[in-house]
Write a protein that binds this ligand. Structure first.
Ligand SMILES: [Zn+2]
Length: 521
């Protein structure tokens, strides 16, 4: 017995954690103060999931010390438009967290889950790499109640939709999203959206709008969103704000003026934006939504009728020439084509040439119909002007948002925003192009989104806040991918901490999964 005692004591000492003051100590970093939009030198001690102490902590003991010399220590980034629909298949969200993102607002474009409670309850059983907050989707609700019918709801249907918004808000949704460009949201009039937004507003929700039009109808689309915000008395986000299609390049001057004058009238409107000159959505965005009412079978019937097909074809040609098609078949790049994967990364022009067709608008429109009949495809549309990207970025109330999805290296040919939105802003637009100062860029990624969502324990580095932290090198941070070769993680973001758990360590994903399902209280 005598011999065992010292060994037992040693083992007990090794197991004990009380001897260390902190779980994690971050030293020598330049800490971003989101409140004053400045930086200061200091150390951060983390205990459990919280920021425990900030100051000169030299000599303090910790289980893990991270030397952040030469690095910025920022609150973890908050992505205000994230397509993490596949989160239950890819709960680690590797391509998201590696950008320094610790929280996302999901369910945008009218696609958020409904009913909310079973979805969030189920999500809570997963081990998540990031925190997720959710919007209920207008399109999801409308589809549940009315299918894809192209008409106004009856009073009973509207009441049912209002109850669905209420259910979501009662169970932790942060607001409502619309996608008025997409079926079936496109079939709704403004009154319906106002009625539903009022329900979300009552419990402090926000309204995030994928506008009815972002090309030729952009100004009307912005006007409609502002009207909804005013009439429903709800804070608005014009999401992934942009002007798409050459005829509209430069129109952000007008839309930003509309935002400013709405704010002067007391309407609480903000924006978010991804830092790229290309959008990404379904090929079907080029097809008039009336042609898709009732689903794929109805679409087939319509294109089999020569007169209706001509009408559809004419409208697609118009969209190729003047809207998201960018007046060039090379503008439309395939991202994910299940029925012809060799198209991934290639363009509508490439497909036309492969088929021995002249790459003109007429043949392009035929191929769009053919692609949709085959089941559709996700595409990248290179139709946004760089000057608009920069102008919107310079607006103090335009937050950063990816509009990206969960991605795995080698799967499809996604828009590079899924891997690179946040590092691209910090590397390309802040450091290299000097479009906005770093202090403002970080506010757009941290405090502004946190305030917008009403998060009181994230978005800042303060004692007792949740320990969500991104550590990056301002000299090297950048995205790793391109439109040609998107599947690369960013560089210059060595550490990401989520609720006190090191989730990215020296640039590599750890086993740590401390993300939470956030529910608005
Ligand atoms: Zn959208």
């Amino acid at each position: 017995m005598k011999k065992i005692f010292p060994l037992l004591l040693a083992l007990l000492c090794a197991c004990s954690s009380t001897s260390e003051k902190f779980d994690i100590l971050i030293t020598n970093g330049s800490i971003y103060d989101a409140e004053n939009r400045t930086f200061y030198e200091g150390d951060i001690g983390i205990t459990g999931d919280k920021i425990d102490e900030i100051g000169d902590l030299r000599g303090a003991s910790a289980k893990r010390t991270i030397d952040a010399s030469g690095h910025i220590v920022s609150p973890g980034f908050i992505d205000m438009h994230s397509h993490i629909e596949a989160i239950m298949r890819m709960p680690d969200a590797e391509n998201v967290v590696k950008q320094g993102v610790t929280t996302v607002l999901a369910g945008p474009d009218g696609r958020g889950p409904s009913p909310m409670k079973p979805f969030l309850d189920s999500l809570e059983t997963f081990e998540l790499g990031i925190n997720t907050a959710w919007l209920v989707g207008h399109n999801s609700i409308r589809r549940n109640v009315m299918g894809t019918e192209n008409r106004a709801p009856t009073d009973e249907e509207l009441a049912e939709m209002e109850a669905a918004v209420q259910e979501a808000m009662d169970n932790g949704a942060y607001g409502i999203s619309t996608g008025l460009k997409y079926v079936p949201g496109s079939f709704s009039e403004i009154d319906e959206v106002i009625a539903l937004s009022k329900v979300a507003a009552k419990t402090g929700g926000i309204y995030t709008s994928h506008l009815r039009e972002e090309g030729l109808g952009l100004l009307e689309g912005v006007g409609e969103a502002i009207q909804i915000g005013h009439d429903a008395d709800i804070p608005i986000i014009l999401t992934h704000h942009k002007a798409i299609g050459r005829p509209m390049w430069g129109a952000s001057t007008k839309t930003l003026a509309m935002v400013d004058s709405a704010r002067a009238l007391g309407i609480d409107v903000m924006m978010d934006q991804y830092p790229y000159t290309a959008s990404s959505t379904g090929l079907s965005v080029l097809i008039p939504t009336w042609a898709m009412a009732g689903g794929q079978e109805e679409f087939k019937k319509r294109v089999n009728d020569p007169a209706t097909r001509k009408k559809i074809h004419d409208e697609i040609m118009f969209n190729i020439e003047y809207d998201r098609g960018g007046a060039d078949l090379d503008v439309v790049q395939f991202a994910n084509v299940s029925w012809k994967p060799d198209l991934n990364g290639r363009t509508l022009k490439d497909w036309a040439i492969e088929k021995g067709l002249e790459p003109n608008f007429k043949n392009g429109a035929d191929l769009v119909i053919e692609g949709q009949l085959n089941g559709g495809a996700s595409c990248i549309f290179h139709a946004i002007g760089e000057e608009d990207v920069k102008r919107i970025m310079q607006h103090p109330l335009a937050m950063v948002a990816s509009d990206g999805g969960l991605a795995r290296p080698g799967v499809g040919h996604p828009h590079p925003r899924s891997y690179g939105t946040f590092p691209r802003v910090l590397g390309h637009y802040v450091r290299d192009e000097q479009v906005i100062p770093l202090e403002l860029a970080l506010a757009k990624m941290t405090s502004l989104p946190a305030e917008r969502l009403g998060l009181t324990d994230r978005g800042y580095i303060k004692e007792d806040m949740q320990a969500d932290i991104a550590i990056f090198d301002p000299e090297t941070v950048n995205e790793g991918g391109t439109f040609e070769d998107p599947h690369h993680y960013p560089v210059g973001i060595p550490f990401v901490i989520v609720n006190g758990t090191v989730t990215v360590d020296s640039g590599e994903l750890t086993e740590g999964r401390a993300g939470r399902v956030l529910r608005k209280k």
